[in-house]
Structure formats: structure tokens, C-alpha cells
Design a protein around this ligand. Structure first.
Ligand SMILES: C[S@@+](CC[C@H](N)C(=O)[O-])C[C@H]1O[C@@H](n2cnc3c(N)ncnc32)[C@H](O)[C@@H]1O
Length: 373
């Protein structure tokens, strides 16, 4: 049974963007040997963003478990609109949920799901503070990749009516990053777990990947999900570690992956293990496939005129959102499912928000609207 930690310090576990510039010293041949077809491909990869958590400072003040990002911009997209039904596919600690329910007294039904039962517990606490809302609130444990099936089972009439607003706020909540036993942080020692669904006792873990998968498969996820230039080298280091008992903890992995790169020209990277941790987390939770499926399902759960907002935290996610939204908004020939893109470029946090919450630095929000036909 996992412990659900309710409070975190203001900075612990907040994700930071690690934007790595192109290494001037890298020659085209070295890049090619590392699996990049061209200098441009390597540059694009290095320029992409990686989520990074950061070191806990001792003695910091405790506060709420997770600070929601881009709240003002999110609410603005629903301002002046009648929102009677809302679906939060990643309810987390209930931050966005609380705000949208408060801002829309006309709300009749709010549905929130999360793959992590620990997060749901916090959302329940947070939403019990609501006053002045008559909305019926339904929170349940689910993976958003199954949203249509689950909604159909729970409330087929609601699914038939559709939602006036839907939110997908991707990635991890701060309280998940901050719990060493969840294994998401390379700064906190714990078992190498990384399952978002803490109740899925038989699910794949990062430890199983590191100790059982082939070097080729590990290399593939480091390259595709971590956009890691050193994928071949790091995959063989991970596999070689099996000769010394294998990789069991976050600290083991951080030292196997990071050991050689803490100085010299790699000093610019925030943490040398950031890309490896990102790759493993995406693989363990099958995040990109789930996201692709969720966007398609969520768009078809919108009521006419309803809006879908997606907040992403790294370039792999944002790319999926961008292209799927573009595709959806280009389809005009379907009789009753057509969409309009409301954000030609992503909405990002302003300086004041970044100052208060560095996690929002990498957040990008895109929004589409289902047309009324
Ligand atoms: C950034 S947090 C959301 C925070 C929330 N908006 C708030 O204000 O507290 C992302 C949440 O999405 C959940 N999550 C990630 N992948 C999921 C999935 N496939 N299905 C459902 N929930 C998921 C995580 O467990 C986490 O609680």
C-alpha cells in the first residue's frame, strides 16, 4: 500500500524545464553515430524540452500539494459561456476543478477522473471546501485512455449530452514527484517504480525495464521518449549494471546514467538523468499512446459548442496535441463533428506565474471548440 503524502514544500518536486542548447563541439559524424540523421535533427532534439524536478531544500514552508498552472488562461476560455457539464480527465489535487466549479455557478455536473487513487483522495478533500455550487460532483479512479467506456458505464445520458468543457492537464502532480516511494524523482532516493496508477500492483515498473529489457529496446525508448542523444551508450550502461546486481533505486539509476556527465561540456544540462527518467516514465505508463487516444475520445465527448483544453509539459506531448488539434480542425465534411482551433500558438505562463511556480515554465495550453451544427 502506498502512502499518499498530502503536503509538499513550495519548490520540492516542481518540474523545471531543461532547455539544452546545441553543443557547438558536436560534429556531424558523431551525431550520426549517435543515431541522428543530421545536425538539424540533433539540434531539434537538443532544443526540445525535458521535464525536470529539482532538489528539495530543507526547512521550507509546507503548503498545498499541487499548484495548478495557467489557471487564469484556462478560466478565460470558458468565461461568459454556459458550462453546465464539465469533465476533468486529470483531476489531480483538484486545483483546476475547484476553480472551474467556483467560476460557473450554473454548472450542474462535474466529472473528475485520475489514474492515481492518491490524487483522487486529495481532490475529494479539496472539492469538499466548495460553497455556493449546486453541481453534482462525481470523482472516480480511471485512466483517461478508457474515458468513453467508463463514462458510458457510469452515466450514458451525460455522455450522450456531451460536455461543455473538458480538461487534460498532463504529466504528474507535484505530490507524486515528491513522494520518494513513487520513484519519479532523481533527487529523492526510492524504489524505481514510476507507475502513475499506485493501485496497479502488477503493472510494469521502471525497475523491470532496466533489469529485463534488451539494450535495443531500452535504447529505443531513450531515443524516442527521452530524445536522448547518448541513447546507445546509456542503454549499454543500464544493461551492464546487471552484472553488479542491477538497478533497483532512483539513486542507482541516476548514478549509472549521470555519473560521467556531471562536469565539463555537459554541465549545462540541469540533471544528466532527466531524459532517462522522462523516457522510462513515458514507457511505464504508455503515456504518448494514451494521450493520442484520449484526445480523440475527449473531442468526441464534447457537446456542440464545448471546449477541450490540453496542458502539456514537454515537447513530445505538445507535438501530439498540436497535430491532433490541427487534424480535427481540418475535417469539415463530417456532419456533426467539426472543430475550430482557438489557439494558433500555445498559451504559456507569464513572468508573474513563473516567479511563483517554476513548474509552469514548461506548460503549454492548446484549446479547440466543437462547432455547433
Ligand atoms: C498535472 S496533474 C493535474 C493537476 C490538476 N489539474 C490540479 O489542478 O490539481 C496530472 C494528473 O494527471 C494524472 N494522470 C496522468 N496520466 C493519466 C491518465 N492516463 N489517466 C488519468 N489520469 C492521469 C496524474 O495522476 C496526475 O494526478
Amino acid at each position: 500500500m502506498l502512502h499518499c503524502s498530502p503536503f509538499v514544500s513550495p519548490t520540492v518536486g516542481s518540474a523545471r524545464v531543461c532547455r539544452i542548447g546545441l553543443l557547438a563541439v558536436a560534429s556531424a559524424s558523431i551525431l550520426q553515430r549517435r543515431g541522428f540523421r543530421s545536425l538539424a535533427a540533433a539540434a531539434a532534439s537538443l532544443e526540445s524540452e525535458v521535464e525536470e524536478d529539482f532538489t528539495p531544500q530543507s526547512g521550507e514552508k509546507k503548503r498545498l500539494p499541487h499548484t495548478p498552472v495557467l489557471v487564469r488562461q484556462f478560466l478565460e476560455h470558458f468565461e461568459g459561456r454556459s458550462v453546465k457539464t464539465f469533465l476533468d480527465c486529470t483531476v489531480g489535487a483538484g486545483g483546476h476543478a475547484f476553480e472551474i466549479i467556483q467560476a460557473h455557478p450554473e454548472l450542474e455536473t462535474f466529472v473528475g477522473m485520475d489514474v492515481d487513487p492518491c490524487a483522487l483522495k486529495l481532490a475529494r478533500q479539496r472539492l469538499s471546501d466548495l460553497s455556493g455550487s449546486m453541481a453534482k460532483v462525481d470523482l472516480f479512479h480511471a485512466n483517461f485512455k478508457n474515458m468513453k467506456k467508463d463514462l458510458k458505464e457510469r452515466n450514458p445520458e451525460l455522455l450522450e449530452r456531451g460536455f461543455d468543457g473538458i480538461l487534460l492537464d498532463l504529466g504528474l502532480s507535484s505530490m507524486q514527484v515528491d513522494a520518494p516511494e513513487r520513484g519519479f524523482s532523481y533527487y529523492l532516493d526510492g524504489p524505481l517504480d514510476m507507475r502513475m496508477d499506485s493501485s496497479d500492483v502488477l503493472g510494469l515498473t521502471a525497475e523491470a525495464i532496466c533489469n529485463n529489457w534488451s539494450a535495443a529496446e531500452i535504447g529505443r525508448i531513450l531515443r524516442e521518449y527521452g530524445e536522448e542523444m547518448r541513447w546507445k551508450f546509456l542503454a549499454s550502461r543500464i544493461v551492464d549494471a546487471r552484472l553488479n546486481g542491477g538497478i533497483k533505486t532512483t539513486k542507482d539509476l541516476a548514478s549509472v546514467v549521470g555519473g560521467r556527465f556531471t562536469s565539463g561540456r555537459f554541465k549545462r544540462a540541469r540533471h544528466p538523468a532527466a531524459r532517462t527518467f522522462q523516457a522510462l516514465r513515458i514507457a511505464v505508463n504508455d503515456e504518448l499512446k494514451s494521450l493520442r487516444s484520449a484526445i480523440g475520445q475527449a473531442s468526441s465527448c464534447l457537446a456542440p459548442g464545448g471546449r477541450l483544453a490540453v496542458i502539456s509539459f514537454h515537447s513530445l506531448e505538445d507535438r501530439i496535441v498540436k497535430y491532433q488539434f490541427k487534424e480535427l480542425s481540418l475535417v469539415f465534411d463530417k456532419v456533426d463533428l467539426a472543430f475550430m482551433l482557438l489557439t494558433t500558438s500555445p498559451i504559456t505562463a507569464d513572468a508573474a506565474e513563473i516567479e511563483k511556480n517554476s513548474r509552469c515554465r514548461s506548460a503549454k495550453m492548446r484549446v479547440i471548440q466543437r462547432l455547433c451544427r
